[in-house]
Design a protein around this ligand. Structure first.
Ligand code: SF4
Ligand code: SF4
Length: 234
């Protein structure tokens, strides 16, 4: 995402939420004195930004049900092979192939990898509106499954990627073992970030998301092995 897009999202977000000016400057790339603070919680290593001058961590909590901005400004819903089966069934499809044909788009796009490298992804994405086309990919669309109460009509069978936000995750090979890493994605759409001197403030989220992130990565890895998606680094 470009700085302009993040700024645009933050300006929209500020209409409804107070955003800490320090955090806003950070998200716009104007604070550079930052350390990566890795913390291992069960099977996942979280990379938490630490602002050296402010002496504070950037932590996060979700404001749902008071917020559903991530569903209002959905950018892309890549599905895992587990999602294809569960969501297909939830939408009353007898055959997964019919579900894929009618309700998804197969899209290839570039993403920035964990060390800034360009990554080419091909994924099967759930349509966020019934008439979604390839041109809509990556644009902000209010998701068709968001109900009038601000909940997800597919819950608890919503796509794994929806549980993940605002984290971004990846797998690394550590002496022959797959190690899952996670960091935040700062898209400017989430009001849940805050500054704190103490990582303990986010203890519950670390515990809960460690499980979610680990399962998602295993499922996502399986999806690529089963040829329902692919990742290549360049
Ligand atoms: S993850 Fe962020 S944007 Fe989504 S509902 Fe929670 S606070 Fe809102
Ligand atoms: S599928 Fe559900 S959780 Fe995911 S973006 Fe749509 S409404 Fe939100």
């Amino acid at each position: 995402m470009s700085q302009n897009e993040i700024e645009e999202s933050l300006n929209l977000l500020q209409k409804n939420w107070d955003i800490d000016p320090v955090l806003k400057r950070f998200m716009l790339g104007k604070i550079t004195d930052i350390s990566d603070y890795p913390i291992k919680v069960k099977d996942v290593i979280f990379h938490i930004p630490y602002l050296n001058l402010e002496k504070k961590y950037i932590l996060w909590k979700c404001f749902w049900p008071d917020c559903h901005n991530c569903c209002d400004r959905q950018g892309r819903l890549p599905l895992t092979s587990d999602d294809l089966i569960t969501i297909g069934k939830g939408l009353k499809y007898q055959k997964t192939s019919e579900f894929i044909k009618n309700e998804t788009l197969t899209v290839t796009y570039q993403e920035q990898g964990p060390s800034g490298q360009s990554t080419t992804m091909t994924t099967i994405n759930l349509k966020r509106k019934t008439d979604e086309t390839l041109e809509d990919d990556g644009t902000h669309i209010s998701c068709r499954f968001l109900d009038e109460k601000g909940g997800c009509s597919m819950h608890p069978d919503r796509p794994g990627v929806c549980y993940l936000y605002p984290f971004s995750t990846w797998l690394e090979n550590e002496r022959g073992l797959a190690r899952v890493h996670a960091t935040y994605q700062f898209t400017g759409d989430c009001p849940g970030f805050y500054l704190s001197e103490n990582l303990v403030d986010m203890k519950e989220e670390f515990q809960e998301y460690s499980k979610i992130i680990y399962q998602y990565n295993m499922s996502s890895n399986r999806t690529n092995r089963e040829n329902f998606g692919s990742v290549s680094f360049s």
